[in-house]
Design a protein around this ligand. Structure first.
Ligand code: SAH
Length: 355
């Protein structure tokens, strides 16, 4: 049993069944035993790999996007270049290297990173420079200034709740503790009627107050100052029932109750709900596009060709493999989606269409 498992068992015994979002928040963020608090989860020796870790091209193309958006915003100086959940800091460091092509953008950019993990903060400091950026625990302390916000694989790590339709009623799915083991069941009392569209027996529907609240914080910044946010993550374009909570260990799926605190826990991002939360906050939101379409429009193939021109045969093969992994329809290309949210009155930036 992990220490966190024992702790969760005690909490359930004291307080009753634990909603899944609380379970997920403890597994990922418990100050001592949380998954992100104590380790570097990325890469071959870790549990999963993200787009910026696959290839430098990802961060560079996000950089090209950010520079164009900054121009479109009227080149505000200074402005906050914000990343939510920067991981090892790879995306930001590739973005900043690409931005050397536009020194006025670099001079105006004040780098602000929202990160709760001390281990990952340390890695970000090493890669980006501790004097070059300001770190935040949450969005609430970000500077009051025009902002460009980037969030890659951040929202999938924010906790979700699940509700199950049984015998004509909705019940919240919860973690219980029986015979010295964690179990998944549901709360004894039914919820008020909701999710009418999916009310059939056995349906499971996810909802994320934590994601909605980050969306509201982005919207509140965007109402006050010129702001553009780019959100990339895996998930679905339209709201649908289904249990997407998943745990990963060493690049393999494991049960969500397996070794709490030692496995990555994520859930697919419901882009329809995320976009609605942003729109409720008064910002303009683009239609959902795929990572494939975003990267190809930003020049992935041209960038790969340029890099290949001076590369060894082995490097060329790596570059081609990275293009396929990032944008291939059977790889990340279609599963990963992108949306953009901008302040009311700002033009929706390329390659996002106005909705
Ligand atoms: N964007 C990076 C890392 C994705 S993993 C990449 O693409 O490689 C998720 C990141 O979000 C990690 O840096 C994790 O520590 C951070 N994170 C998770 N929950 C968070 C929270 N509630 N607040 C701030 N950061 C969080």
């Amino acid at each position: 049993m992990t220490e966190l498992e024992t702790l969760i068992g005690e909490l359930v015994a004291e307080q009753g069944p634990m909603p899944l979002d609380r379970y997920m928040a403890l597994c990922l963020g418990h100050p001592r035993f949380g998954y992100y608090m104590s380790r570097d989860p990325f890469g071959e020796r870790g549990d999963f790999t993200t787009a910026p870790e696959i290839s430098q091209m990802f961060g560079e193309l996000v950089g090209v996007w950010a520079m164009a958006v900054w121009r479109e915003m009227g080149s505000p100086s200074p402005f906050a270049l914000v990343e939510l959940g920067p991981g090892r800091g790879t995306l930001m460091s590739d973005l900043l290297r690409a931005a050397k092509a536009m020194p006025e953008f670099l001079n105006a950019a004040q780098i602000n990173l929202v990160e709760t993990s001390p281990v990952l903060r340390g890695m970000q400091e090493e890669l980006i420079g501790s004097e070059r950026a300001v770190w935040h625990e949450a969005l609430t302390t970000l500077p009051e200034s025009p902002s460009i916000i980037i969030a890659n694989e951040f929202f999938d790590a924010l906790p979700v709740k699940q509700f199950e339709h049984r015998g004509g009623k909705w019940f919240e799915r919860c973690v219980g503790f029986e015979e010295e083991k964690l179990t998944i069941g549901h709360a004894p009392a039914a919820m008020p009627e909701r999710f009418d569209a999916f009310a059939y027996d056995g349906a499971i529907v996810e909802d994320s107050p934590a994601r909605d609240s980050v969306a509201e914080e982005i919207a509140s910044m965007a109402r006050a100052y010129k702001t553009a946010a780019l959100i990339i993550d895996y998930g679905h374009e339209t709201r649908a029932p289904g249990d997407t909570l998943q745990a990963m260990r060493a690049h393999k799926f494991v049960p969500v109750l397996h070794e709490p605190g030692n496995c990555d826990l994520t859930a697919h991002v419901d882009f329809e709900s995320l976009a609605s939360a942003l729109r409720r906050g008064g910002v303009s939101v683009s239609p959902v596009t795929t990572q494939r379409s975003f990267l190809i429009n930003m020049g992935l193939e041209e960038r790969a060709e340029r890099l290949s021109a001076t590369a060894s045969e082995e490097q060329k093969a790596d570059i081609a493999a990275a293009v396929k992994r990032l944008a291939g329809p059977g790889d990340m290309g279609n599963l990963f989606k992108a949306i953009c949210a901008v302040s009311p009155g700002l033009t929706m930036p390329f390659p996002f269409a106005a909705s």
